[in-house]
Each structure stands twice: as structure tokens, then as C-alpha cells.
Design a protein around this ligand. Structure first.
Ligand SMILES: [Zn+2]
Length: 330
């Protein structure tokens, strides 16, 4: 049974690039591709152009890593060719009107995002350029500090450091433009800087693929205080399927649907039903998975119903909350 949903994060474009595939229509050995997203009933998929910043960050192991500009270009080409060659199944979306139009035509909406904004290199013009390319969400940092600010860290001093002066200005500018600001991977200090700015502008922000730190102690997850602040500003957290972001025992590499439900219930308990969404992180995670690829998504929604959530509540988690944030920000 298919169930319409919005997924706020996947790294499938990066996978496609590594496989030297020209489109994301059919990708063997991945967790998502266009054909399977259609089978899964996806209404929208956010496709990240992931940028490794530190040259030792593991991509193209044993080989000289291409320049980040080249990687970005490669993923963008795959995105564009996929939109052309699979136009009967999927179409670009840059706002809620395009999301609605694509739905009416029975097509998946493809939102383009950047994971790690370091290529902005402290330039507002560069942000505008990305916007003009169709990018509608920027995950400010990855696992290194950059021009926006500091990233999540086990070092409490690093974790407390926030946005740079440029980062603060850039967040306001992105909100003005209609780009969604994503705090996943950001330091706690950075989270609170974004929350402060969003409090003044009245525009929501998101943690596109982060879970609850109270249930899994990963620095990538949100504290209860953060969940409340995110919810107060109308934002959402996207449920991430990575085992270490789900499990209390960080050595437990099994990603279970039941544990996903625990995180969703905790988000609802701390932030209310409006703040829970989906951000699978497909093709950016590793371990053993009960939901092995996007066609397994109905297992999650069925499990949430078994937890006693109403049809309306499950719809909000799967679709409604993310759609609201798109409407209010883009
Ligand atoms: Zn990520």
C-alpha cells in the first residue's frame, strides 16, 4: 500500500555520482531512485547535493578527490538530466504551488538542496546564485566549521560556538529570499543563533535529518529544549533512519521501525504533533535496516498507527507538517 509523504533529506545524488550514473531513475544498490520513489508513493523528495569539505572525508577512497565545485556540478547535472528524462514521473519543485501542481499531475516533486554551505565562501551573491539554480534548502554545515559557523562536535567548547557574523546575516538573507535554513549538523550554539533569528523574522527553520538526543546521545540529534524551540517557531525535525541517531547504544548498528516510532513519539511529546516530519537520510547512512529502501516507507506509517496515532496525525508527520513549512518559507 502506498502512502503519500515528503522526505526532507537523501544523499542519492551523491550515490548516483559515485556510480557514474547519468540519472537517478534506476540505481542498483541504493536506498532510493525515481522508479522506487514512485512505487513508494513519495509526494516529494529533497535531493541533497552533498559536499565533502575536508579532503580526507572518505569520498572516492584511495583516489584523488575531485574539487568540490566539480562534485556540485556533477550532482546538479544528474538532477537536471533526471528531471528531463523522467519527466513523466518526477518534476522540479521550488515552492508549494509547484508541489501542488506536480501532485495534480501524479508526479513526484524534487526539491534541490545543498548539504554543507561552505561553497558559499562568505558571499551573499553565491547564495543568490544557488537560489537561481533552484536550491531551496541549505544545510548550513556538515562535519567541519565553515563560513556559516561551527558544526556539531563532542568537544563542548566547539559545540557551544555558534554562527559567524556572515552566518547570521546569511540566515536572514536566505529567509528573505525564500530558502529554507537547515540546522542538521550544526553546533548547539549555531542552533540557538538560528532559533534567535527565526524568532525575530517569524519564519520557521528545520532540522531536516535529526532525531532526539534524549533517546540517542549523538551530537547530531536535538535536545528537548531545541525541539521545543524549533516547534515554537513552526519548524520541523525530519526523522533520520541512521542507527546511531536512533539507538541509545551507539554501537548498535540496527535501524528498527519500532525505535523510529519512539523518536516520533518523543518529538510529539516535547514539541507537539506539528513538529514531526521525515528526513530519512537514504544513501547517507549505514547499518542494517528494517526499512531497506524507500519502498519500505509504508512500514513506518503503519507502525505509527499501531502506536495509537490518528490518521490525521500520521498524515501530518508524513506530509502535512513539511508541506506547511514549504508554504511558509519558499
Ligand atoms: Zn547529513
Amino acid at each position: 500500500m502506498e502512502y503519500s509523504y515528503i522526505d526532507l533529506h537523501c544523499d542519492t545524488l551523491a550515490e548516483a555520482l559515485m556510480k557514474s550514473s547519468s540519472t537517478a531513475e534506476v540505481l542498483s544498490g541504493t536506498m532510493a531512485d525515481v522508479r522506487r520513489l514512485r512505487e513508494a508513493g513519495a509526494a516529494a523528495q529533497f535531493f541533497a547535493m552533498f559536499l565533502p569539505q575536508n579532503r580526507t572525508a572518505g569520498w572516492f577512497e584511495g583516489e584523488e578527490q575531485p574539487a568540490p565545485e566539480e562534485l556540485l556540478h556533477g550532482m546538479y547535472q544528474i538532477y537536471c538530466r533526471t528531471m528531463e528524462e523522467c519527466s513523466d514521473m518526477i518534476a522540479p519543485a521550488r515552492n508549494d504551488r509547484e508541489l501542488a501542481a506536480n501532485r495534480r499531475q501524479g508526479k513526484i516533486s524534487a526539491f534541490l538542496t545543498i548539504e554543507n554551505g561552505f561553497l558559499v565562501r562568505g558571499s551573499m551573491e553565491k547564495i543568490r546564485e544557488f537560489y537561481d539554480m533552484g536550491v531551496r534548502l541549505v544545510t548550513l554545515t556538515w562535519n567541519d566549521p565553515n563560513c556559516f559557523g561551527f558544526c556539531h562536535s563532542n568537544d563542548p567548547e566547539e559545540m557551544a560556538r555558534g554562527l559567524t557574523d556572515f552566518g547570521k546575516e546569511a540566515v536572514s538573507y536566505m529567509q528573505e529570499l525564500g530558502m529554507l535554513v537547515d540546522v542538521s549538523h550544526l553546533s548547539d550554539g549555531g542552533f540557538w543563533d538560528v532559533a534567535g533569528i527565526a524568532g525575530r523574522t517569524g519564519k520557521p527553520f528545520v532540522a531536516s535529518h535529526s532525531n532526539c538526543r534524549a533517546l540517542a546521545p549523538a551530537t547530531r540529534n536535538l535536545t528537548d529544549e531545541m525541539i521545543r524551540a524549533l516547534a515554537e517557531r513552526g519548524g520541523v525535525a525530519g526523522l533520520n533512519f541512521e542507527p546511531t541517531f536512533l539507538n541509545a547504544d551507539q554501537s548498535d548498528r540496527f535501524s528498527r521501525v519500532d525505535r523510529m516510532c519512539d523518536h516520533v513519539m518523543h518529538l510529539i511529546d516535547k514539541g507537539g504533533i506539528e513538529c514531526a516530519a521525515i528526513g530519512t537520510d537514504f544513501d547517507g547512512i549505514s547499518g542494517t535496516f528494517e526499512i531497506k529502501d524507500c519502498t519500505g516507507m509504508p512500514l513506518l506509517f503503519a507502525a505509527l498507527r499501531r502506536r495509537g496515532l490518528s490518521e490525521d496525525a500520521v498524515w501530518k508527520i508524513a506530509y502535512g507538517n513539511a508541506a506547511r513549512v514549504i508554504r511558509e518559507t519558499m
